[in-house]
Design a protein around this ligand. Structure first.
Ligand code: NAD
Ligand code: DAU
Length: 332
């Protein structure tokens, strides 16, 4: 049995990963999470006590990190400040957690010789034009746009340097936009679903023509497990499931699934520096490691996600009012 240390396991993708690992493998999991506004212990309800431990702590705290590395065979690093809009309002926590936090983990991996997998984002590559047939690959140059994506890009470069300079046993993955259960209501899809459930009109930034490449969080989890098992040390793998949709299409789909007129949304102030389009070419992961996504039907995955939010209002309701107040203060 492998002992996994998962940072950020009380967040959206981390909690989906922990459920996936405990459901599909015999590994044990320790989660290290600071429980910021984005962490929610309720996302980890129902896990088997004999294979799951939760530790509240900060990844910038070298003492707690080193103590937990002593008992870990491998580390998967999800913890981050993850929201672009927050990074525009207050960048500092992004530098602390995404840069200093990653540095702290890499130093522990170096000291303990621990296998380390680094979770990152396609946003490190900047954006593509709407009419450009190109997609991001592992050799696309880094060109991040926001404080969030620049700190993620910086963290990726730290990992590459620690592999080359110190022989740290690391891999990196850069994934596209995730959707699924347990995603904070600040993010696009949960915000619009919970708006409609609350009788609030969905809010589309600008014209809504921006394109995101959607993947179900469970497919992200299976890809990460595959890279942990079979990935080549020092390599980067892009994770994506061919899910390009404009924001306008997604909002219209949510409204339609929820039985509302497809045009019952508002256009609001655009995000500063808003990336136009992301698109992932995941050929390397598919051909070299044999990974394939399971959730190929975005409409079906979205409908199941809507059902989850409809059935789990106690999970998301406590964060909803403060989130909407933050957006309202910016005309969004
Ligand atoms: P999230 O904001 O939902 O969760 C982040 C978690 O990290 C929270 O539980 C929070 O409490 C924890 N955390 C924050 N700072 C911490 C610190 N200093 N110490 C310990 N824990 C801390 O984020 P998410 O959307 O689940 O993203 C997880 C990872 O996946 C991030 O690294 C993000 O960059 C990456 N990613 C996200 C997406 C996406 O679509 N959401 C896509 C690609 C990559
Ligand atoms: O591409 C991967 C990235 O996807 C991750 O690295 C980030 O952690 C994750 O937050 C996500 O970033 P985005 O900025 O693409 O996601 P967000 O959900 O904030 O917004 C998705 C799109 O929807 C984006 O074009 C902005 C737009 N949007 C967002 C909100 C919150 C709206 O039109 N209205 C909204 O209310």
């Amino acid at each position: 049995m492998t002992r996994l240390l998962v940072t950020g396991g009380a967040g959206f993708i981390g909690s989906n990963f922990v459920h996936h690992v405990l459901r599909t493998t015999e590994h044990s999991v320790t989660v290290l999470d600071k429980l910021t506004y984005a962490g929610n212990l309720a996302s980890l309800d129902g896990l088997p006590d004999d294979r799951f431990t939760f530790v509240r702590g900060d990844i910038t705290d070298a003492d707690v990190v080193n103590r937990l590395f002593e008992d870990a065979d491998a580390v998967v690093h999800f913890a981050a400040e993850s929201h672009n809009d927050n990074s525009l309002a207050n960048p500092r926590p992004f530098l602390d957690t995404n840069i200093v936090g990653t540095y702290t983990l890499l130093e522990a991996a170096r000291r303990h010789g621990t296998r380390y997998h680094h979770i990152s984002t396609d946003e490190v590559y900047g954006d593509l034009e709407l009419d450009d047939p190109a997609r991001f690959t592992e050799s696309t140059p880094y060109n991040p746009s926001s404080p969030y994506s620049s700190t993620k890009a910086g963290s990726d470069l730290l990992v590459r340097a620690w592999v080359r300079s110190f022989g740290v046993q690391a891999t990196i993955s850069n994934c596209s936009n995730n959707y699924g259960p347990y995603q904070h209501v600040e993010k696009f899809i949960p915000r619009q679903i919970t708006n409609v459930l609350r009788g609030i009109r969905p809010k589309l930034y600008g014209a809504g023509l921006n394109v995101r490449d959607w993947i179900h969080a469970n497919d992200h989890s299976s890809a990460v497990l595959r890279i942990l098992d079979r990935g080549v040390i020092g390599e980067t793998y892009l994770i994506g499931a061919d899910g390009e949709r404009s924001n306008k299409e997604v909002v219209e789909l949510i409204l339609t699934i929820l039985g509302q007129p497809a045009d019952a949304y508002d256009h609001v102030t655009d995000r500063a520096g808003h990336d136009l389009r992301y698109a992932i070419d995941s050929t390397k992961l598919r051909t070299e490691l044999g990974w394939e996504p399971t959730y190929r039907d975005f409409e079906a995955g979205l409908a199941a996600t809507i059902d989850w939010y409809r059935s789990n209002e106690p999970w998301w309701a406590p964060a909803k009012d403060a989130t909407e107040a933050f957006y309202a203060s910016k005309g969004q």
